[in-house]
Design a protein around this ligand. Structure first.
Ligand SMILES: [Zn+2]
Ligand SMILES: [Zn+2]
Length: 323
C-alpha cells in the first residue's frame, strides 16, 4: 500500500545578503540562523506565524491553531495514518539545512535560471514554474561508494553518508501545477510583489528523498544578481589530478555537479549535510548490480554516476551496469 505523497509549505529565506555571502566564506552560524528564519505556513489557512505546531503523529504538517488542525483532520487523517514519520522527518531536516545554505541555494537558483531560460527578455516572472530536486545519500568516502556499487564486499556499517542531488526534473510545461502547490506559489509571488520585486521569478522547488513518500515544497526567488551571473556564464575553474586545470561551462549538468562537489568537499561537515546511511540508502547503490527492475532512486543514482567526473576513473569497472 502506498500513501499519496504529501508536502508541507516552507519558504526559503531571502537573499538580501547574497552578494556578501558569495564573496566571504559561509559564516559559522549562517545555516542555523537561516534555518530559524525559514518561514513556515499553516497547512489549513496558510497563515505564517512564529509558533506553528507540527502534527504530533506524523510531524509532516504545521498548523497555526488547534482549530485549523481540527478543521483539516478529515483531509489529513488518511495521510497521517500511513505516513513514514522517520523518513519524512529526515527529509524535512536535510532539506531545511540545504535551503538554509545560501551557497547551495545559489546553485539551485542558477539551475532554475538556466533551465527555465529566465534571462531571456521574453521570460515572464508571473509564470508559475516548478522543479523536483531528488536527494540521495551517498558515502562520504568515494572508495566506499565504489565498493558498494562494484563489489560484493561487506562494507562495515555504519557508513557515513552525505546529501547529494541525483537529478533535477522540470515540471512538464504542458501539465498544470497542482492547485495545492499553486497556493504556495501565489503566496510567495504576492510577497515578492509586495516587496516591490515584481521582476523576480518565483520557482517552486520540491524536494524528494524516496518513492511514495511525502515531499517538501518550497518557494525560491531568483534575484537579479543571480540572473546577471547566468547572463555572463563565466565557466567554472576546475582542477583535477588527471586533467590538471580546466574549465567547465555553466550548463545545467555542470551546475548540479558543482553543487554536489561543494557538499563532497565539506570534509568537516560545516554544511551539516552528512548523515549515517540507513539500509534503504545503501540498498539503492548496492542492489543495482543484482539486475532486475531498477527503482527510480536507482535510476537517478545511475544517471548521476554517468554524469559526474568524480566517478570517471572507476567507471570502467561498472560499464555494463550503465543505464
Ligand atoms: Zn491556520
Ligand atoms: Zn499528521
Amino acid at each position: 500500500m502506498t500513501s499519496t505523497p504529501r508536502f508541507i509549505t516552507i519558504k526559503a529565506p531571502g537573499n538580501e545578503e547574497l552578494s556578501r555571502q558569495l564573496t566571504s566564506l559561509l559564516p559559522p552560524d549562517a545555516i542555523q540562523s537561516n534555518r530559524a528564519a525559514i518561514q513556515k505556513i499553516c497547512y489549513k489557512c496558510e497563515k505564517s506565524t512564529e509558533d506553528l505546531k507540527k502534527c504530533g503523529k506524523c510531524k509532516a504538517v504545521w498548523y497555526c491553531s488547534e482549530q485549523c488542525q481540527r478543521a483539516d483532520w478529515k483531509n489529513h487523517k488518511p495521510i497521517c495514518n500511513s505516513a513514514d514519520p522517520e523518513g519524512f522527518v529526515r527529509l524535512q531536516k536535510l532539506s531545511q539545512i540545504f535551503m538554509a545554505n545560501p551557497i547551495l541555494m545559489l546553485y539551485i537558483q542558477k539551475y532554475c535560471a538556466l533551465t527555465f531560460g529566465l534571462t531571456d527578455s521574453e521570460s515572464d516572472p508571473n509564470q508559475p514554474r516548478r522543479i523536483f530536486v531528488d536527494i540521495g545519500i551517498e558515502p562520504v568516502d568515494i572508495t566506499k561508494c565504489n565498493q558498494l556499487f562494484c563489489t560484493n564486499d561487506d562494507v562495515p556499517t555504519p557508513i557515513r553518508g552525505m546529501v547529494q542531488v541525483t537529478t533535477i526534473t522540470k515540471h512538464p510545461e504542458s501539465e498544470l501545477i497542482p492547485e495545492d502547490r499553486m497556493v504556495i506559489w501565489r503566496h510567495s509571488r504576492k510577497q515578492v510583489c509586495d516587496d516591490g520585486q515584481d521582476g523576480e521569478p518565483v520557482i517552486l522547488v520540491e524536494y524528494r528523498l524516496r518513492e511514495n513518500q511525502s515531499t517538501i515544497t518550497t518557494a525560491v526567488t531568483i534575484p537579479p544578481p543571480v540572473l546577471q551571473m547566468v547572463r555572463e556564464r563565466k565557466p567554472y575553474q576546475c582542477v583535477s589530478g588527471i586533467r590538471g586545470q580546466f574549465e567547465k561551462a555553466m550548463t545545467e549538468d555542470n551546475v548540479l555537479e558543482m553543487l554536489n562537489m561543494m557538499i563532497r568537499q565539506d570534509k568537516r561537515n560545516q554544511f551539516r549535510l552528512q548523515t549515517d546511511m540507513v539500509t534503504s540508502d545503501i540498498d539503492i547503490i548496492q542492489k543495482i548490480k543484482q539486475g532486475g527492475e531498477l527503482s527510480n532512486s536507482m535510476k537517478r543514482f545511475l544517471l548521476k554516476r554517468n554524469r559526474e567526473d568524480i566517478y570517471k576513473p572507476i567507471l570502467a569497472c561498472s560499464q555494463s551496469l550503465s543505464a
